[in-house]
Design a protein around this ligand. Structure first.
Ligand code: F6P
Ligand code: MG
Length: 440
């Protein structure tokens, strides 16, 4: 197998350039070389395990489709491991033209766009888009979600701590009518640490002990930038008719913590509407799709635990009466950062501008917010946003990729001295806020 050394350099990513697997000592390189092929192997194994179920549901045509999907995914794994050029996506889905034009635009002088030379965001998004393509071109497996079981398992595994959190939320909401800064910030931090539970870093395993993520005191020193007071000011200073948007990340425990903060904002009348943005296709293993959102609330409202049932019923009603809205948009699964939104999806930018605050969840959204560049860690947040300023925004992210901005002088160096891998583990978190607004 190719170790891709002719195309890679034994360097760390230099400052202010795009992250790419080209630099051997980067997390991008480790991801493309090791993590992505493992994720594909797991998808293939999962499909092979479901062979009988698929045959029972779809007969011979289903079996043939399954074979073709497995064949396509094996090919994709080979293409990554041998550093082939990214081929065009072949389907009639609405995002395909953008993908293909963008791939063409990234070609080098020989017309190649290889996995180890392109911007990491493109190579990684492209893999998930190709996984989708393998299914969408079939007749019987068009809507098959290869990550469904992992998403559901992580939800089930987190139920005990979700029940504790539901009880806590109910008590906080009943304690007084007035919103309280301490309660809001507590829930915001619970929400931040929920992002440790993405399944893509852990190759689909639920590794974090969710109980620990509820114990905020011990995690406090791990928040490297904490703008929670500013987030509170933005939220509490707004009118009660405010719209707050949450660009969701992962299903399971993290989604539950998103719903808890949304409940706080709604019940305390800090917002009249919450809009949740979800992915339209299976994405980075655990990302929330509309079906996952609905399934989660349905499962909670029928749960045997009285606290889970209580919040589940309440949340179901918020969705039913339009206080909570789930919005699908394929912009979130394009292989580009958010500075492209104004041109590519101006209507989405304008919608976000209607919100008082947009909360961006997770690591991938962070990479997209800040342009997938290896910034000097002290680069001001507003500079790193590069003209993505639809409204006030906040990011809640546990650090799982080597990109960071907005840190005080010397902190990154201090972290580096503690552990070289501080940006790859999800052990450290950021709550960052920007109030710069530039309308279209
Ligand atoms: O694989 C790239 C990456 O951004 C990782 O760094 C992270 O583990 C994962 O994707 C997704 O994280 P999140 O669910 O927080 O966006
Ligand atoms: Mg995710």
């Amino acid at each position: 197998m190719c170790d891709c050394s002719p195309q890679s350099m034994d360097l760390k990513t230099p400052r202010n350039v795009y992250l790419t697997a080209f630099y051997k000592r980067s997390f991008a390189h480790h991801t493309v070389k090791n993590r992505m092929p493992v994720i594909l192997t797991q998808v293939i194994d999962g499909l092979a395990r479901n062979k009988e179920e698929i045959a029972n549901a779809h007969g011979e045509e289903g079996q043939n489709d399954l074979k073709s999907v497995i064949g396509e995914l094996s090919k994709l794994k080979y293409e990554i491991q041998t550093n082939k050029s990214l081929r065009k996506i072949v389907s009639d889905a609405p995002d395909v033209k953008f993908y293909n034009d963008y791939i063409t635009g990234q070609s080098d002088k020989d017309g190649n766009v290889t996995f180890f030379s392109v911007i990491w965001l493109l190579s990684e998004c492209y893999m998930y888009r190709r996984i989708r393509e393998a299914f969408e071109v079939t007749n019987t497996l068009k809507n098959y979600d290869p990550f469904l079981k992992q998403k559901r398992d992580s939800h089930f595994q987190a139920l005990p701590v979700m029940a504790k959190l539901a009880q806590y939320l109910i008590e906080v909401l009943e304690k007084s009518d007035e919103p309280k800064k301490e309660d809001f910030i507590h829930l915001l931090k619970i929400n931040l640490w929920g992002n440790k539970c993405d399944l893509s870093l852990s190759n689909g395993e639920m590794t974090s002990n969710t109980d620990d993520l509820f114990n905020l005191e011990s995690l406090e020193p791990n928040i490297l930038c904490d703008h929670s007071e500013k987030v509170w000011m933005a939220v509490s200073g707004a009118q009660s008719s405010a719209i707050i948007d949450i660009v969701l990340d992962n299903s399971g425990y993290e989604l539950f913590t998103d719903l808890c903060i949304a409940d706080y904002l709604t019940t305390k009348k800090l917002a009249s509407k919450i809009r949740f943005y979800v992915k339209t296709i299976p994405w980075f293993i655990s990302d929330v799709m509309a079906t996952d959102f609905r399934w989660t609330i349905d499962h909670l409202r029928m749960n045997v635990d009285e606290y889970l049932r209580q919040v589940g019923i309440k949340w179901f009603n918020y969705v039913a009466n339009g206080t909570w809205v789930v919005i699908e948009d394929n912009f979130w699964t394009l292989p580009v950062d958010f500075s492209y939104m104004r041109d590519v999806k101006p209507e989405l930018y304008k919608e976000l501008a209607k919100a008082t605050l947009v909360i961006f969840k997770g690591d991938l959204n962070y990479r997209k917010l800040f342009g997938e560049k290896n910034w000097d860690p002290t680069t001001p947040i507003d500079e790193a946003l590069q003209n993505f300023n639809p409204t006030k925004l906040c990011t809640l992210r546990t650090i799982k990729a080597d990109i960071v901005c907005g840190l005080p002088q010397g902190l990154a160096e201090k972290m580096e001295a503690i552990t070289e891998k501080w940006m790859e583990t999800g052990d450290y978190g950021l709550i960052q806020f920007s109030e710069k607004i530039v309308s279209v």
